[in-house]
Design a protein around this ligand. Structure first.
Ligand SMILES: [Zn+2]
Length: 338
């Protein structure tokens, strides 16, 4: 994501700038996440709907191990050995959790020529073919002269999604709806800025998510796809999630309310988040309800060489992971009732 062009394009720039600018330059958001969660998906006394089949609980340390592993591979732009190794790692883990994994492979035409890309798709079959997607991109942005390892963008959301996959895969009872975990290739632009290259028809970004929407359409699955949840940059130790203004409000409301019920009211806050473009957009354009769970404007290390693992916390990934897991039955209920 390119903050400057995104924000410039964003209509509430003036509103945002008032509090974004100091954060960007001081680089020190003030709120710390809660020291301890007040509830866990593994307990029976939590205040939200108990899931009918609680298996494993979300483990933040495991998510952090997945982050370490990704960073060890080095910078991971599309069509590189490093991203291929990352893909193999993610795929093997998902299979070890008992999930059915497939690759959605394609060739994209980019400002750097033809690039081979592959989305990773893991499925938890439900009682119906109604689909809810939980997603993250797994490529890092290409930089010619920067060792960009992308701890928060996107290793943290990948690690969190993998841990969500393990928890869902450990449950014995079939869910009401089918969950698909999708790891997108090619979210980042090859050119420096998000919209420096390409045009409205062929943008230089969101290659994987656009391709996946085309696959859902081709397989007549688009009409069954009732919700898409995107995780992107949600592992910062000073986690604070504002509301992306393009997201579907009811979906965002369920997640924000659930997070607050779990005791994370300092994380799920009401300020607007100006994102300006991300993997949820191709879904919104295709008529799929979608939400982006992202901390962009108050993450001072975004697209910088210091987006490193010391900026993250296992607790932040646990907060988001638990909240998404607790939100899923409510989202499933909402989409099956309408
Ligand atoms: Zn990025």
């Amino acid at each position: 994501m390119e903050l400057l062009d995104r924000i410039t394009a964003f209509t509430t720039f003036a509103k945002l700038a008032v509090f974004v600018a100091p954060l960007l330059f001081i680089g020190c958001p003030k709120d710390n996440p809660p020291a301890r969660p007040r509830a866990s998906v593994s307990t029976t006394t939590r205040p939200v709907n108990p899931s009918p089949a609680v298996g494993a609980a979300f483990n933040g340390e495991r998510a952090m191990d997945h982050v370490k592993k990704q960073i060890e591979f080095g910078p991971r732009p599309p069509d590189t050995q490093q991203l291929a190794k990352t893909r193999a790692y993610i795929t093997n883990e998902l299979k070890a959790y008992g999930l059915t994994v497939s690759l959605d492979e394609f060739t994209a035409t980019t400002p750097q020529g033809e690039k081979k890309m592959a989305n990773i798709v893991a499925e938890i079959p439900g009682e119906t073919n109604t689909l809810i997607l939980i997603t993250s991109h797994y490529d890092t942005k290409f930089y010619k002269d920067m060792n960009f390892v992308g701890a928060n963008d996107p290793a943290a959301s990948v690690g969190t999604l993998m841990e969500i996959a393990r928890v869902l895969g450990s449950r014995k009872e079939k869910p009401k709806v089918t969950y698909r975990l999708v790891f997108f290739d090619g979210e980042e632009s090859f050119c420096e800025g998000w919209s420096d290259c390409g045009d409205a028809q062929n943008p230089d970004n969101t290659y994987g998510s656009r391709h996946y929407v085309s696959q859902l359409r081709a397989h007549k699955e688009l009409e069954n796809t009732e919700a898409m949840i995107l995780l992107d940059m949600m592992g910062y130790k000073n986690l604070e999630l504002g509301r992306d203004t393009t997201s579907s409000r009811w979906l965002q409301d369920i997640i924000w309310k659930t997070g607050r019920e779990l005791g994370y009211e300092k994380v799920f806050i009401d300020r607007e988040e100006g994102v300006g473009g991300d993997d949820h957009e191709p879904f919104l354009r295709a008529g799929v309800e979608a939400v982006d769970v992202i901390q962009l404007t108050s993450y001072p290390h975004w697209h910088r060489a210091d987006d490193t693992i010391d900026k993250l916390s296992a607790q932040s990934m646990k907060i988001v992971g638990e909240t998404i897991l607790a939100s899923l039955p409510k989202i499933a209920e909402h989409v099956t009732k309408k």
